[in-house]
Design a protein around this ligand. Structure first.
Ligand code: AHR
Length: 667
């Protein structure tokens, strides 16, 4: 496809650009001009340009969008009952320990054993996702043992316990069995001072494993509540899969997702959703690689696995839940399959076939007819209709040659080829994505690029794809974010990304998919900074980068219009497009400077209808400004209507701002 001509000023490169960022250099400069030529529409912009990338990192899933409120419900997380506390009144004699003698399921081998010799009140307490991550990538028993005291200290300091709302029903469940135990069990939600918010009795515990359920409805709200499961009779008890979910999950789904957090993804209007990673999918070593078949079906039979980001993943948000989330968000699934390459070790080529088949089976599970093996399994799990998996990425960051691992080109190519050939032979409609440009050695359909850099770097790279050879494979900007001088997610980062994204959209025929990364962080569990959405048990807010993603997605042009930008300050970045349905022209302008910039907007090739335009502006007083739990929308887009619009008019773009202007035209 022919590329439209964009007459952009040469960018100041390198250090000088980086230094000038944030200075009030517009003050002495001539006014800028932004000319749009509507008579020369350029390339069509990929309808799937803006998507989202979900990875289990920083507690994005467990303790995040996966609505389970109990940490370590299956007692598999660590060699000790991590995240659980022991409750024993002075009059009682009792012990507790992890036990593997009578597993609930072979894949869920550990349960908790309580021996009550003399009651009092004896029980266990869970305070949700208090704690912190294991630093580094070593998850050996020795490393975990060293970390457990630190975890307990961090948990004790936290006030981010179970967040419950007065009058809102919570669904409790537990597997239990007993020996010489006449019951009952008491399950209660309590404030930290012991005030009971809701309580239920569970009776009928026998010698075999059985699941018990109870509904809890707290009398008042609390953001630091605790769950207590206790007994006041003697005997021996085994507990497993101690679970608490809000009844009101996203779309009310069972084993569902936290509604407020998924709403935040929905507001980004992602056209696709990438899952499950990221390095999470690779594992530091193959032993911790993601295997989707271990993440479907009854959650009590899912083994979970160690997550490279410093905690165990329950895989309660598994492959099926991911596909369901895509459907609920109307986002196309983009699944990343492990191609037999972890960060530090790889499957020998002659043993790779089962890994290829695992990817083929994932496609069958998502898309196959109910008469197929895995399509039937999907139906059994409640979704007879195919999910429509569209993209499959073969590996993550494999073959790039990163110093931390993931393999070199020569490691990736033969493995990629085995996957590519068999996927395309069996599922020609599924579009594959390569981690590197595999051509001319092996065919590629889309190539994924990842960038974590400074704001200055992203601004310099706003023209990166202007001369991209359209004969080459289209690109997926699979992970990108400003990570240097970005605070916990500040306006500087958002401006760098927005400047870069004007280049993505201008080249929306070459760059056909993009996703900011990572999406979520629960602050105590931060292993990566910054992230788009910051949350705790009860609250969530978007960083300025989050709003940039949401704004660009909500106002994407369908077809590009050439823009000539003259701006001595070099602080402005712009892209324009037209909307098919309304015929409106959408102009996006990023002012990265510390002074307001007046630009003369000139339109050729059509006329504006009326003298008004709708605007959406994200701005901050300082590039270091951030949102916070206390001021969650300090930096958020503000809608407005401006007047005085004509074929040539002046408009002031505020300092440190991202502006989107909608013009009605005569078409
Ligand atoms: O987004 C965080 C990490 O960055 C991803 O897991 C990995 O793909 C990349 O290196």
């Amino acid at each position: 496809m022919k590329q439209p001509t964009f007459l952009l000023p040469p960018l100041a490169l390198g250090l000088s650009f980086g230094l000038s960022f944030g200075l009030a250099s517009a003050a002495l400069s001539a006014p800028a001009t932004i000319s749009i030529d509507a008579s020369k529409p350029g390339a069509r912009v990929s309808p799937t340009l803006y998507g989202a990338f979900f990875e289990e990192i920083n507690r994005a899933g467990d303790g995040g969008i996966y609505a389970e409120m109990v940490q370590n419900r299956s007692f598999e997380d660590a060699p000790a009952p991590q995240a659980w506390q022991w409750l024993q009144t002075q009059d009682a004699k009792a012990t507790w320990r992890l036990d593997r003698t009578a597993p609930l399921h072979p894949k869920n081998p550990t349960s908790l054993r309580l021996d009550i010799f003399q009651p009092g009140r004896v029980g266990i307490i869970n305070q949700g996702f208090k704690g912190s991550t294991l630093p580094g990538k070593d998850n050996s028993e020795a490393a975990q043992a060293k970390w457990l005291p630190r975890f307990a200290e961090d948990a004790a300091k936290s006030r981010d316990g179970l967040a419950v709302q007065g009058g809102k029903t919570l669904l409790f469940s537990v597997y239990a069995r007993g020996q010489d135990f006449k019951g009952p069990l008491t399950v209660s939600l309590e404030k930290q001072d012991g005030t009971v918010l809701s309580s239920r009795k569970i009776s009928g515990i026998g010698t075999g494993w059985k699941q018990f359920e109870a509904q809890l409805r707290p009398t008042s709200s609390d953001t630091d509540a605790r769950l207590v499961v206790s007994a006041d009779r003697p005997g021996t008890l085994w507990l497993d899969m101690v679970s608490l979910f809000p009844r009101d999950t996203f779309k009310g789904r069972k084993n569902g997702l936290r509604a407020d957090l998924v709403q935040m993804i929905a507001a980004m209007k992602p056209t696709f959703l990438r899952f499950p990673g990221g390095s999470f999918m690779e594992g530091a070593t193959l032993k911790d690689a993601y295997h989707w078949k271990e993440t479907i079906g009854d959650v009590a039979t899912r083994p979970g696995h160690w997550n490279i980001w410093g905690y165990r993943s329950s895989d309660g948000l598994g492959f099926h839940e991911y596909l369901q989330m895509c459907e609920d968000l109307r986002a196309v699934p983009l699944y990343v399959a492990n191609c037999g390459m972890a960060e530090r070790d790889f499957v020998p080529l002659n043993q790779l076939q089962p890994w290829v088949e695992e990817a083929l089976d994932a496609i069958e599970y998502a898309n196959g007819p109910v008469t197929s093996t895995w399509g039937a399994m999907r139906a059994k799990n409640g979704h007879p209709k195919p999910f429509g998996l569209k993209y499959l990425e073969i590996g993550n960051e494999n073959g790039v040659g990163y110093p931390w691992g993931g393999g070199k080109r020569e490691d990736y190519l033969p493995r990629y080829k085995l996957f590519f050939d068999q996927i395309k032979a069996k599922y020609p409609d599924v579009i594959t994505i390569a981690n590197i440009d595999t051509e001319p050695d092996v065919p590629a359909e889309i190539v994924d690029e990842h960038y974590y850099e400074s704001a200055a770097w992203f601004m310099e790279q706003a023209t990166r794809y202007d001369n991209y050879d359209r004969k080459k494979r289209p690109l997926y900007l699979g992970e990108f974010a400003v990570t240097k001088e970005a605070g916990g997610g500040n306006m500087r980062a958002a401006l760098g990304e927005a400047a870069f994204m004007t280049g993505l959209e201008r080249n929306g025929d070459a760059v056909i998919l993009s996703s900011y990364a990572p999406l979520f962080v629960r602050p105590a569990w931060r292993r990566w900074n910054p992230n788009a959405i910051i949350f705790d048990g009860a609250r969530a807010f978007g960083t300025p980068s989050y709003y940039v993603q949401a704004m660009f997605a909500a106002h994407k042009g369908d077809v590009n219009l050439p823009v000539t930008l003259q701006d001595e300050t070099k602080m402005l970045f712009a892209v324009a497009g037209k909307l098919d349905k309304s015929g409106e022209i959408v102009l996006k302008v990023v002012n990265t400077g510390a002074a307001p910039s007046t630009a003369n907007i000139q339109l050729a090739g059509t006329t504006f209808l009326g003298s008004q335009a709708q605007t959406f502006v994200l701005s901050a007083e300082s590039p270091t400004d951030e949102n916070s739990f206390e001021a969650p929308t300090k930096i958020a887009p503000r809608a407005n209507t401006i007047s005085g619009v004509s074929s040539q008019f002046d408009h002031v773009f505020p300092a440190h701002s991202v502006s989107i202007l909608h013009f009605k035209t005569s078409r």
